[in-house]
Every structure is written in structure tokens, then in C-alpha cells.
Design a binder for this molecule. Structure first.
Ligand SMILES: Cc1cc2nc3c(=O)[nH]c(=O)nc-3n(C[C@H](O)[C@H](O)[C@H](O)COP(=O)(O)O)c2cc1C
Length: 174
């Protein structure tokens, strides 16, 4: 299957993961970018007003592929807002996709993520892989929200997480 890795990352964790997954599976990889620097102000405004941020590349790029692997953070239990126009594209032109994320974990472990993806994309994800930073840290002392948001994947973390994701994705993209 012709497969594309599309990633978005604000603080580098998901970029590190996407890069390795693409290398390991020998896939094309596009990093999604935004024309303006993202701030907590724009995150809050996108959340409150439900805005679809302008991002590159254009979503039409997806139509040349059979399968899209999104690698991006979870924000407020949802796929990161810069993915919104790509999910709108999936709604209009259904395609197979998977969602991979290294997210913080914490409060409710993103328990509604698979349903949220299905609602936004119009179709169920072929795989939802959402390991958490909480599992990379010792249980004590209990990590604070600040510890989680400041955590950056080590080379070893990225390698281990890539192995797990690749094992789950390999069969899906055959
Ligand atoms: C605005 C914001 C909201 C977040 N919300 C969640 C969340 O709901 N669930 C979660 O597990 N992690 C959440 N996180 C943590 C990120 O998913 C985590 O830090 C991730 O590794 C960041 O990825 P990046 O470095 O690729 O940007 C949030 C982070 C930010 C900045």
C-alpha cells in the first residue's frame, strides 16, 4: 500500500517518533507546518472557537496515497488542532489512516481518543497507538503537569516507542 507518514509536533516528541517510524518502514514523511508561530493563545482560541488552523501541505496531497499514518500530539483529549484540515479531507474523501501519538497521559489517559478520531474523520482509524510519557517516568514522585509537558523523548525512548508502533503498523500497510 502506498503509505505516507504525516506528522505535527510542537515540542519535538512526535517529530522524533515520526522520523524513526518513516525510516524504519521506508515511507515518505511530510512534517506539517504552520505559517505563524503557535502559542498558548492560539491553542486556546482554536479550542474555544473550533477554528481550523491554516497548515501546510494542502490536504489534497493525501489523495496520492492509500494509507496515511498521522503522528502528532493529543491536546485536550483530541488530535492536535493543526490536523483539523486533514481530518476534514478524510470526511470528504474517506481513506485508511492510523493515528500514532506520544502524549502526556495524566488525567483520563485519553480514553475517548478512538471515538473522537472516528467522529472527526468520519471513519474509524485502522490503528490508534497512544503511549504515554507517564509510562516512561518512574511512578514516584507522581509526575506533575509541568514535568509531563517538559519531558523530551530520549534516543532510547524514541527507539523503544518506534519498535512498538512499527510492530502494530506493519500488517496494516501491507
Ligand atoms: C495544549 C496542550 C494540551 C495537551 N493535552 C493533552 C491531553 O489531553 N492528553 C495527553 O495525554 N497529553 C496532553 N498534552 C501533552 C502532549 O501530548 C505531550 O507533551 C506531547 O508529547 C507533545 O508532543 P510534541 O512534543 O510532539 O508537541 C498536551 C500538551 C499541550 C501543549
Amino acid at each position: 500500500m502506498k503509505t505516507l507518514v504525516m506528522s505535527y509536533s510542537l515540542t519535538s516528541n512526535n517529530e522524533a517518533l515520526a522520523k524513526r517510524i518513516a525510516e524504519e518502514l521506508k515511507l515518505e514523511h511530510i512534517s506539517i507546518s504552520e505559517p505563524k508561530k503557535r502559542t498558548f493563545g492560539t491553542i486556546a482560541a482554536d479550542l474555544i472557537f473550533g477554528r481550523t488552523p491554516q497548515t501546510y501541505p494542502e490536504p489534497q496531497v493525501m489523495s496520492s496515497y492509500d494509507f496515511i499514518i498521522f503522528v502528532a500530539p493529543v491536546w485536550m483529549g483530541q488530535p492536535t488542532f493543526p490536523l483539523r484540515q486533514y481530518f476534514k479531507q478524510l470526511r470528504k474523501h474517506p481513506q485508511k489512516y492510523a493515528f500514532v501519538s506520544i502524549s502526556g497521559g495524566g488525567m483520563n489517559n485519553n480514553s475517548g481518543l478512538a471515538d473522537t478520531l472516528k467522529r472527526k474523520a468520519g471513519i474509524e482509524a485502522a490503528a490508534v497507538i497512544d503511549p504515554h510519557i507517564t509510562d516512561l517516568l518512574p511512578p514516584e514522585p507522581k509526575p506533575t503537569a509541568q514535568t509531563l509537558s517538559e519531558y523530551r523523548l530520549t534516543e532510547q525512548d524514541a527507539e523503544n516507542l518506534t519498535k512498538r508502533a512499527v510492530a502494530m503498523l506493519k500488517d496494516k500497510i501491507k
